[in-house]
Design a protein around this ligand. Structure first.
Ligand SMILES: Nc1ncnc2c1ncn2[C@@H]1O[C@H](COP(=O)(O)OP(=O)(O)O)[C@@H](O)[C@H]1O
Ligand SMILES: [Mg+2]
Length: 493
């Protein structure tokens, strides 16, 4: 396509005009432009890993890992707390060539799951709370994905459109005969609008849906229809969607990885448990507290810190603990249409992460976490450190709780009614590393573990469903032999 094409708008123009087009979108170019590409290249040189086979190319696009940092003997200790997935927000924090690789992956998977006259979904987070529906301020990033998916469908089948769920349902947009379609919509609304036929096909407004690009949405859709969806007819993108949407699944993979591939920058094991009912959740939390642990509870298939609760006070009354657990169940029930709460919950240990420790810094004393995006580039997995996400309140140990422990950018931007960029720092940056007290060598090690861990998650895709049922807190001896073998080959490579 000609670069002089007058009908091709720039990304920044869409952002600038957004208050007139719909709602104000967020400009992340300042963060993106501050990423040091040489630093990124040096980290990628030592952390890129090859896929095991060409077949894995269609199984994975991107995993944006969230990482807390603690200190041990003066060194950084990293704790991966989430794998996430293709619902990634913050694509525009990343350098151009990284976004190009992610878009190329999407184009490829869209092509591979194409069938004539079908639909690919692009579910977007937002509008969780019916009383005050949040509009997604990074919608323009989704348009990059939508165009990549459209191009992939067109590669396979000639012609593809992009429409919105709102447009389809109101009749102001329609499917076109002979064309396939990318449908963009809010997660909850798409979840309501999808149906499943007797033969296991997913349908939206009369057309068959061949896949969806949002791990959390895929997990919740498959969960909602309880085994009715035929996964030969519906492709969850990523294939790692279970670990992307369920923290417990991500932790068991991490535990296996670390048990075999120890790193001085990571803990040896990741203690966690799954709770499938309210009573199991309550008893696990109370038991952990009685053992002197500080449990954190995390619902299944949720985001933005929704339903996460921290139990840090060993003297908190049982009634208060139960009341906070019930609050979490209620929030997830309402925001995610999860009957009785978003089970199974994961119970994990509180990580007393470090704060920014620089007196003259505007965010001095705030907790933070790192975002490392692992993505497929050709036949390789690469890591790209993108931002440090900083809590919107200064940490106060005497009043530790959701207000000063949640580092989620969307949460901060909604709570403080400001741009998310107020609470983020570019991570491919020597200056940021200095502020955080992390050395470039420590970051290189984090990138190495990030790619190898993600490869382990991709390797486990064929066994992912079964893993959900297995209990946690497993001993190393309980890690399946097949997994041990693959880890050994990784070490040798
Ligand atoms: N184990 C933990 N210890 C301390 N803080 C945590 C822990 N797990 C999560 N958090 C905090 O809670 C926030 C949300 O947790 P996360 O697992 O990333 O779920 P979500 O999908 O809701 O973003 C994180 O940004 C972090 O600030
Ligand atoms: Mg998170």
């Amino acid at each position: 396509m000609s670069t002089n094409d007058p009908f091709r708008l720039s990304f920044e123009t869409v952002v600038s005009a957004s208050p007139m087009l719909g709602h104000k979108l967020e400009n992340r170019s300042q963060i993106r432009n501050a990423q040091n590409l040489e630093l990124l290249e040096s980290w990628q040189e030592s952390s890129t890993v090859p896929l095991r086979s060409a077949a894995q190319q269609d199984a994975f696009v991107v995993a944006p890992l969230d990482i807390l940092v603690s200190r041990q003997d003066g060194r950084a200790q990293f704790h991966i707390i989430e794998l996430n997935g293709t619902g990634i927000g913050g694509v525009s924090n990343m350098p151009e060539h990284v976004v190009s690789a992610v878009a190329a992956s999407l184009r490829r998977v869209a092509k591979s799951c194409w069938e004539a006259d079908t639909v690919l979904l692009l579910p977007v987070s937002g509008k969780e709370c019916d009383a005050s529906p949040r509009l997604n301020k990074l919608m323009h990033e989704k348009l990059i994905f939508a165009e990549a998916m459209q191009a992939g469908m067109a590669d396979a089948g000639g012609s593809a459109d992009i429409v919105t769920l709102t447009g389809l349902l109101s009749g102001i947009q329609t499917y076109r005969d002979g064309a396939s379609t990318v449908v963009i919509g809010y997660i909850k609304e798409l979840m309501d609008a999808c149906t499943v036929s007797d033969d296991g096909g997913v349908y939206l407004a009369g057309r068959r849906v061949v896949g969806a690009v949002n791990d959390r949405f895929c997990l919740n859709l498959i969960g909602k229809f309880k085994g009715e969806i035929d996964l030969d007819q519906f492709t969850p993108i990523n294939g790692t969607y279970l670990a992307g949407g369920d923290k417990g699944a991500a932790y068991s993979l991490l535990d296996e990885y670390l048990a075999h591939r120890s790193s001085d920058s990571f803990p040896d094991r990741v203690h966690h448990a799954h709770a499938t009912t309210r009573s199991e959740l309550i008893s696990t939390v109370l038991q952990w507290m009685a053992m002197g642990r500080r449990p954190v509870i995390k619902p299944h298939g949720t985001g933005i810190g929704h339903g996460i609760e921290f139990f840090l006070d060993p003297h908190e009354s049982t009634a208060a603990v139960i009341s906070r657990i019930d609050e979490s169940l209620l929030v997830t029930e309402e925001y995610y249409a999860a009957d009785g709460g978003a089970f199974p919950y994961t119970v994990c240990e509180f990580i007393d992460a470090t704060v920014i420790d620089q007196q003259d810094h505007r965010l001095d004393g705030h907790k933070y976490e790192l975002r490392i995006v692992v993505y497929r580039d050709g036949l390789s997995l690469k890591a790209c450190p993108t931002i440090a996400k900083v809590a919107n309140q200064c940490f106060d140990a005497a009043n530790a709780g959701r207000d000063n422990l949640i580092n989620n950018i969307t949460n901060s931007s909604v709570t403080k009614q400001t741009d998310g960029t107020e609470y983020m720092l570019p991570l491919c940056s020597e200056q940021t590393l200095e502020v955080l007290g992390i050395t470039p060598a420590e970051m290189a090690e984090l990138c190495r573990v990030a790619t190898e861990y993600t490869l382990h998650a991709i390797d486990e895709i064929p066994r992912m469903e079964r893993r959900m049922d297995s209990s946690c807190d497993a001993d190393w001896s309980e890690i399946p032999e097949s997994v041990q073998l693959r880890m050994t080959s990784l070490k040798a490579a």
